[in-house]
Write a protein that binds this ligand. Sequence first.
Ligand code: ATP
Length: 363
Amino acid sequence: MHGQDVVLDGVSMRFGDFTAVQPTDLTINAGEFFSILGPSGCGKTTILRMISGFLDPTAGDVRIGGKSMAGIRPNARPTALIFQNLALFPLMSVWENVAFGLEARGVPKKVRRERAEELLAMVALTGQGEKKPTELSGGQRQRVAIARALAVEPAVLLLDEPLSALDLKLRQHMRSELKDLQRKTGVTFIYITHDQGEALTMSDRVAVMNRGVVEQVATSDEIYNLPATPFVASFVGEQNVFRGRLSGVDGEVARVDTPQGEMLARLRGKAGVGDEVMIFVRPERMGLGTAGAGTEPRNRLRATIERRDLEGPFVNLHCRAGDAPVTVHLPNSGDAASSLASGETDLGFRPTDAIVMPVGELA
Ligand code: ATP
């Protein structure tokens, strides 16, 4: 098996007056694990359906392996699709399910059987071929569906929220299995999800979508640490948001006047002095006490602790600084942090741990 690249060239989709996908340019590399992440209704599935050929773009061109897909039917494309509510054939054995696509292509039974066993081994289901799908667990059934999709040797596997019907533990386990499988096969995986944890853990790169627009395409690290827009910053992970007015810029560092005092942060995007801006600081980047901001005399807040939640490895403090809610995640060291429950505290963050952006839509 080998992967091919997928290029969207000015691709858009309108349904009547409604534009589900705005004109989009996107290159997904051959052999890449690529996720499209966004809230319900943002247009993820519509993009997948245009790649698979079940929907023709209103404008633009989809190319796979350098070849335009215009006018090419779904079953003639080098793609295979896996859904959330995949349907295995209940009366067929597991191996017959896996080999189903090969039968339609006229592959003889003996070869089909061998190929099915190879694929079952690849998804860690050796020896399960004679069972019926109902005799398998949810996670095993999902692996059969993946083996079935891979049987026709697609260059691009399209996965539409394939894990959302599974319970949390199994979902987490399947993440690493899918990632391994993608590496082993070299097939290009395009994975649709509204679950940021899934997207960040598995992907080589992630596209974050909002209202039919791809707002950022980057590695997981960059999406989390250096979001390009307020939407991406607030959709992925948790954020503390402070609003203020830009009062100066010195290289990469911006100075902002806020109701909580003067703050310094890294400037992302275009903002000029006097513009209204938003500062984003992750709860795990907030520090407790006067040392929280390091040596920086600014970026300090006086806050009231309103609630304390224990979340296993973290102790989460929900505070208020003036009219801004502030959340702090402290590592659960079992002592000082854990005993903090109420009262006043100093908080701070380092300028390099905060990002300033022009005001925009939040998730
Ligand atoms: P979800 O995670 O809920 O599946 P999504 O991001 O995959 O959401 P899409 O299914 O791509 O979203 O839909 C994007 C938008 O386009 C939605 O507002 C949806 O209602 C609309 N839409 C999708 N298909 C059609 C259609 N055939 N006719 C009209 N509107 C449609």
